[in-house]
Structures are given as structure tokens and as C-alpha cells.
Ligand binder design. Sequence first.
Ligand SMILES: Nc1ncnc2c1ncn2[C@@H]1O[C@H](COP(=O)(O)OP(=O)(O)O)[C@@H](O)[C@H]1O
Ligand SMILES: [Mg+2]
Length: 338
Amino acid sequence: MDHHEIPDFSEMQDEDDAFGYSLRPETLSEFIGQEQAKEQLRIHIEAAKKRGDALEHVLLVSPPGLGKTTLAKIISNEIQSNFKQAIGPVMERLDLASTLTNLEHTDILFIDEIHGMKGHVQESLYPAMEDYQLDLTLGQGPASDVVQLQLKPFTLVGATTREGLLAGPFRDRFGIRIHLDYYEAEDLQQAIRINSAKLDINIEETAEYALARRSRGTMRIANKLLANVRDYAQVKGDGTLSLEVVEEALEFFGIDERGLNAQDSAYFQTLIEKFNGRAGLKALAVALSEDERTIAEVYEPYYIKEGFLALTPGGRVATDAAYAYFDYPVASQTSLFH
Ligand SMILES: Nc1ncnc2c1ncn2[C@@H]1O[C@H](COP(=O)(O)OP(=O)(O)O)[C@@H](O)[C@H]1O
Ligand SMILES: [Mg+2]
């Protein structure tokens, strides 16, 4: 077998480094909100530990920034096992084979963007997930040989923003499926409070809430907003995050009361003005010069949650609420064009 370099993502830069400090919670009890998901995980982890078994494979599903990577690491911390991570779309069969054969009993293999794994790589995971076995083909053509390797019982933790793109048989091999929902403002406020304390930021309670309400239900955005307004307050004020300074900063950064910005306005302006309120994803992506996946996976889930957008067989449809919010007469949508 050729020597093959295994990509090592374990030292991948953590986004929290923007603060020069990791804000990632490290235990289940530090992980804010998502009570149902935490309880589910707590039970499975405790049971597996009692039996001395590896935890069943876990599939984590949510829009970006809600805590999938954080939870994967927490699972590993709670189990006290090693944590290895990889990115689905760039994995080859040989990478996977060498990663799998190096796992110890109860180790966690975290595969991010698991929906993007190549089909044949996914399939080579099936026996590994089911029986901890790996079929390895050595050599090529008539001289090739298949050897079956026995792996140590491990846990695969997959993360995806697009559960629908996973093959059915693959999805079925995950014993535990966890969906994370957008956070309530109260959860986001709690995170902002805790992180402000960690970062020595002096913030008013009303300012915490103002940031939470504009975080689009997303922890990652709450942390980003906190970082942005902190910079603003340090330059324009004395560093204290009063409600006044925070509101001024948010206005300066172009973020409105629902956390929407210029990009979001452009989306609805295009959908409503160019396409009369109804368009396919491809057409929208071209008109906005944006990546289709980013639109579908990052922006649209929040518009749908806010009731601004409906996905229909005939395309993306701006709702009456979107017309009203972005100041278009609602009548133009319903009576003239539909
Ligand atoms: N429940 C939570 N409590 C506190 N912080 C969280 C929580 N979920 C996510 N975060 C923070 O939000 C950021 C994004 O989380 P991450 O796990 O990277 O999201 P995902 O992998 O789903 O895109 C991280 O910096 C993490 O510290
Ligand atoms: Mg992630």
C-alpha cells in the first residue's frame, strides 16, 4: 500500500480564537439551552459508560452556528475519549481507513459536513459502523486482495446542515439523531452574559438582551455581534456596553431589530422586485452573485423560521410578512402577479 498522508484537522483553527480565548462550553451542563438534546445525550452517554461500551453513532443536524461541533467535542469530553475530526467532502477511502484503524476503544470520530462525503467513501463506512469491520482492498486488478480488518468499537459523530442529502441506509446507521433548534433570545442572552464575563466585558442587562434579539437564534452570531460591538465600544466609548452604545453600534454595522442586514435586504429586494416574489434557487443565486448552498443552508432557514419565506414546489415565495417588513405593498404580490 502506498504511503498516504492523513490530513490532520485536529489542530484546525478554532473560530473562537478571534477572542484570543475559547468560548466553547466543554461539558453538557455548560452547553446552554437545547434541553431535549442534552437530556437525550446524557442518558445515552451514561448508559454506554455503565456498560463500558462505545456510544452509538450520533448524527447532529442543524443550521450553521447552533453548536454541532461544540456538542461533538462535549460528547468526547463526557466520555473521556480521544477526539478525531475530519471533513466529509475531502475524505478519501484511504484517509478513512487509516483514521478508523487508529481509533481506540470508545474514541470519537467527528465528521463534519457528512452529507458531502463521496458515495463510495460513505459506503465503506457501513460495515465499520455496523460491525466495526473494514474491508480493505490491497493492490489492483487480478492480483488484488481484500482483507477484513477488525476495528475497535468507536463512535462516529456526524454533523450536517442537510440531513435530506444523506442516503437512507447511511442515516439509518446512526443510533442517535439529535436536532438542534434555533435558540430563544433568553438562551442567547445567557451566552452573551457568560461570555462577557469570561472576556471581562462590562455589559448592561438591557444591552445583553438587545444583542440576543438580533442574533438570529444563532450562538455563533451572538458571539460575533458581541465581538463587533466590543470593538466599537472600545474605540467610540470607554469600552462599557451600555444599551445606548450597543444600539449605536448595531446601527453602525447595519443590523436591524430582527438581526437582518444589507445582505438580507438585497435577498428580498431581488426576490420581490426582480422576480415578483417567486423564484428558483438557481435564478436567485445568479441574480445575487451568491453561492446556492450558502443561500439555501445559511440564509433561508432563518427567513423561513421568521415567516418571511416559503419553499414551494414552484420556488421560493416571499410571504406577505416579508412584503410588509421590507416596505412593499402586499397587494402587488397577491392580486397582480399570482
Ligand atoms: N449551546 C451553546 N452554549 C454556548 N455556546 C454555544 C452553544 N452552541 C454553540 N455555541 C458557541 O457558538 C459557536 C458556534 O458553535 P459550533 O458548535 O461551531 O456550531 P456548528 O458546528 O453547528 O456550526 C461556538 O463558538 C460555540 O462556542
Ligand atoms: Mg461546526
